[in-house]
Design a binder for this molecule. Structure first.
Ligand code: SF4
Length: 193
Protein backbone atom coordinates (compact mmCIF):
# COMPACT_ATOMS: atom_id res chain seq x y z
CA UNK A 1 0.00 0.00 0.00
CA UNK A 2 1.38 3.44 -0.95
CA UNK A 3 1.77 6.18 1.65
CA UNK A 4 -1.23 8.17 0.45
CA UNK A 5 -3.44 5.07 0.47
CA UNK A 6 -2.34 4.38 4.05
CA UNK A 7 -3.19 7.98 4.95
CA UNK A 8 -6.65 7.68 3.36
CA UNK A 9 -7.27 4.48 5.31
CA UNK A 10 -6.22 6.22 8.54
CA UNK A 11 -8.51 9.17 7.79
CA UNK A 12 -11.46 6.91 7.01
CA UNK A 13 -10.94 5.18 10.34
CA UNK A 14 -10.93 8.49 12.27
CA UNK A 15 -13.36 8.56 15.19
CA UNK A 16 -12.12 11.75 16.83
CA UNK A 17 -15.58 13.37 16.78
CA UNK A 18 -17.45 10.45 18.28
CA UNK A 19 -20.38 12.72 19.21
CA UNK A 20 -21.32 13.66 15.62
CA UNK A 21 -25.13 13.34 15.22
CA UNK A 22 -24.86 10.65 12.53
CA UNK A 23 -21.47 9.40 13.66
CA UNK A 24 -18.09 9.80 11.95
CA UNK A 25 -17.96 8.97 8.24
CA UNK A 26 -14.97 10.78 6.70
CA UNK A 27 -15.34 11.43 2.97
CA UNK A 28 -12.29 12.38 0.90
CA UNK A 29 -11.14 12.03 -2.70
CA UNK A 30 -7.37 12.10 -3.02
CA UNK A 31 -4.57 10.93 -5.29
CA UNK A 32 -1.07 12.51 -5.48
CA UNK A 33 -1.48 13.06 -9.24
CA UNK A 34 -4.35 15.55 -8.78
CA UNK A 35 -3.66 19.10 -9.97
CA UNK A 36 -6.93 20.64 -8.79
CA UNK A 37 -8.23 20.76 -5.23
CA UNK A 38 -11.83 21.39 -4.25
CA UNK A 39 -11.81 22.65 -0.67
CA UNK A 40 -15.37 22.93 0.60
CA UNK A 41 -16.95 23.22 4.02
CA UNK A 42 -18.08 19.75 5.14
CA UNK A 43 -20.19 16.93 3.73
CA UNK A 44 -23.92 17.53 3.84
CA UNK A 45 -26.51 14.93 4.75
CA UNK A 46 -26.86 13.65 1.16
CA UNK A 47 -23.10 13.25 0.84
CA UNK A 48 -23.03 11.45 4.19
CA UNK A 49 -25.72 9.03 3.06
CA UNK A 50 -24.26 8.38 -0.40
CA UNK A 51 -20.60 8.55 0.55
CA UNK A 52 -20.05 10.59 -2.62
CA UNK A 53 -19.24 14.33 -2.45
CA UNK A 54 -21.22 16.78 -4.58
CA UNK A 55 -23.51 14.09 -6.03
CA UNK A 56 -26.41 16.54 -5.87
CA UNK A 57 -27.66 19.77 -7.53
CA UNK A 58 -24.81 21.73 -5.88
CA UNK A 59 -22.33 19.38 -7.52
CA UNK A 60 -24.06 19.74 -10.89
CA UNK A 61 -23.75 23.49 -10.62
CA UNK A 62 -20.12 23.30 -9.52
CA UNK A 63 -19.30 21.05 -12.48
CA UNK A 64 -20.97 23.55 -14.81
CA UNK A 65 -18.88 26.35 -13.28
CA UNK A 66 -15.74 24.28 -13.95
CA UNK A 67 -16.85 23.10 -17.39
CA UNK A 68 -16.21 19.43 -16.58
CA UNK A 69 -18.27 16.25 -16.60
CA UNK A 70 -18.88 13.79 -13.77
CA UNK A 71 -16.22 11.32 -14.94
CA UNK A 72 -13.56 14.02 -14.74
CA UNK A 73 -14.88 15.39 -11.46
CA UNK A 74 -14.78 12.00 -9.77
CA UNK A 75 -11.36 11.01 -11.12
CA UNK A 76 -9.07 11.32 -8.07
CA UNK A 77 -6.02 11.45 -10.30
CA UNK A 78 -7.36 14.77 -11.61
CA UNK A 79 -9.49 16.31 -8.87
CA UNK A 80 -8.93 16.09 -5.11
CA UNK A 81 -11.86 16.84 -2.81
CA UNK A 82 -10.99 17.79 0.78
CA UNK A 83 -13.58 19.76 2.74
CA UNK A 84 -12.54 21.63 5.86
CA UNK A 85 -14.07 18.85 7.94
CA UNK A 86 -14.46 15.40 6.49
CA UNK A 87 -17.68 14.31 8.24
CA UNK A 88 -21.26 15.61 8.20
CA UNK A 89 -21.52 17.96 11.20
CA UNK A 90 -25.31 17.70 11.57
CA UNK A 91 -28.05 20.15 10.75
CA UNK A 92 -28.87 23.39 12.55
CA UNK A 93 -31.69 25.92 12.41
CA UNK A 94 -30.15 27.75 9.45
CA UNK A 95 -28.57 24.94 7.48
CA UNK A 96 -25.77 22.60 8.41
CA UNK A 97 -23.68 23.21 11.50
CA UNK A 98 -20.12 24.53 11.04
CA UNK A 99 -17.41 22.05 10.12
CA UNK A 100 -15.93 20.33 13.16
CA UNK A 101 -13.03 22.47 14.37
CA UNK A 102 -10.94 19.42 15.38
CA UNK A 103 -10.71 18.12 11.83
CA UNK A 104 -8.39 20.57 10.09
CA UNK A 105 -5.71 20.46 12.84
CA UNK A 106 -5.91 16.67 12.86
CA UNK A 107 -5.75 15.98 9.14
CA UNK A 108 -5.52 18.92 6.77
CA UNK A 109 -1.74 19.49 6.65
CA UNK A 110 -1.09 15.76 6.13
CA UNK A 111 -3.68 15.49 3.39
CA UNK A 112 -2.42 18.56 1.56
CA UNK A 113 1.15 17.26 1.82
CA UNK A 114 -0.05 14.16 -0.04
CA UNK A 115 -0.97 16.39 -3.02
CA UNK A 116 2.42 17.55 -4.38
CA UNK A 117 1.10 18.34 -7.87
CA UNK A 118 -1.61 20.81 -6.93
CA UNK A 119 -1.72 23.85 -9.19
CA UNK A 120 -5.18 25.22 -8.48
CA UNK A 121 -7.16 25.24 -5.22
CA UNK A 122 -10.85 26.11 -5.33
CA UNK A 123 -11.92 27.51 -1.96
CA UNK A 124 -15.65 27.11 -1.60
CA UNK A 125 -17.21 29.15 1.17
CA UNK A 126 -15.98 31.20 4.10
CA UNK A 127 -14.45 28.38 6.18
CA UNK A 128 -12.10 27.19 3.43
CA UNK A 129 -11.23 30.78 2.52
CA UNK A 130 -10.41 31.69 6.14
CA UNK A 131 -8.10 28.65 6.49
CA UNK A 132 -6.31 28.86 3.14
CA UNK A 133 -6.23 32.67 2.97
CA UNK A 134 -5.53 33.82 6.52
CA UNK A 135 -4.89 37.33 5.25
CA UNK A 136 -8.55 37.56 4.21
CA UNK A 137 -9.98 36.76 7.66
CA UNK A 138 -12.40 39.53 8.53
CA UNK A 139 -13.43 39.99 4.90
CA UNK A 140 -16.85 38.93 3.69
CA UNK A 141 -17.15 36.06 1.23
CA UNK A 142 -18.21 38.50 -1.47
CA UNK A 143 -15.17 40.72 -0.82
CA UNK A 144 -12.84 37.72 -1.01
CA UNK A 145 -14.38 36.32 -4.20
CA UNK A 146 -14.47 39.78 -5.78
CA UNK A 147 -10.72 40.02 -5.13
CA UNK A 148 -10.01 36.67 -6.85
CA UNK A 149 -7.37 38.13 -9.17
CA UNK A 150 -5.08 38.70 -6.18
CA UNK A 151 -4.77 34.91 -5.71
CA UNK A 152 -4.93 33.85 -9.34
CA UNK A 153 -3.87 31.48 -10.91
CA UNK A 154 -3.08 29.24 -7.90
CA UNK A 155 -6.23 29.85 -5.90
CA UNK A 156 -9.83 30.65 -6.75
CA UNK A 157 -12.27 31.57 -3.96
CA UNK A 158 -15.86 30.67 -4.79
CA UNK A 159 -19.30 30.97 -3.22
CA UNK A 160 -21.19 27.79 -2.41
CA UNK A 161 -22.77 26.38 -5.57
CA UNK A 162 -26.01 25.45 -3.81
CA UNK A 163 -29.10 26.22 -5.91
CA UNK A 164 -30.35 28.13 -2.83
CA UNK A 165 -27.50 30.55 -3.51
CA UNK A 166 -28.70 31.51 -7.00
CA UNK A 167 -29.25 35.13 -5.98
CA UNK A 168 -25.56 35.70 -5.29
CA UNK A 169 -24.33 35.53 -8.92
CA UNK A 170 -27.21 37.76 -9.96
CA UNK A 171 -26.08 40.41 -7.49
CA UNK A 172 -22.47 39.97 -8.64
CA UNK A 173 -22.57 39.75 -12.46
CA UNK A 174 -18.76 39.85 -12.77
CA UNK A 175 -18.81 36.30 -11.41
CA UNK A 176 -20.27 34.93 -14.64
CA UNK A 177 -18.76 37.43 -17.07
CA UNK A 178 -15.17 37.51 -15.74
CA UNK A 179 -14.42 34.89 -13.10
CA UNK A 180 -16.06 31.78 -14.58
CA UNK A 181 -14.50 32.11 -18.07
CA UNK A 182 -11.04 32.46 -16.50
CA UNK A 183 -11.71 29.51 -14.21
CA UNK A 184 -12.96 27.25 -17.01
CA UNK A 185 -9.99 28.07 -19.22
CA UNK A 186 -7.50 27.29 -16.45
CA UNK A 187 -9.23 24.05 -15.49
CA UNK A 188 -9.25 22.93 -19.14
CA UNK A 189 -5.55 23.71 -19.48
CA UNK A 190 -4.62 21.84 -16.29
CA UNK A 191 -6.66 18.81 -17.28
CA UNK A 192 -5.00 18.63 -20.69
CA UNK A 193 -1.45 18.52 -19.35
S1 SF4 B 1 -14.78 15.40 11.31
FE1 SF4 B 1 -12.59 14.96 10.92
S2 SF4 B 1 -11.67 14.78 12.99
FE2 SF4 B 1 -13.91 14.54 13.23
S3 SF4 B 1 -14.28 12.30 13.08
FE3 SF4 B 1 -14.53 13.16 11.00
S4 SF4 B 1 -12.49 12.90 10.05
FE4 SF4 B 1 -12.21 12.70 12.29
Amino acid sequence: MQAYQKLIAEVRACRLCADLPLGPKPIVQLDPRAKILIAGQAPGRITHEKGIPFDDPSGDRLRSWLGIDRATFYDPARIAILPMALCFPGGGKNGDLPPRAACAPAWRAQLLAALPNLQLSLLIGAYAQAWHLPGRRGSTLTETVAGWQAFWPDIMPLPHPSPRNRGWPKKNPWFETDLLPALRARVATLLQT
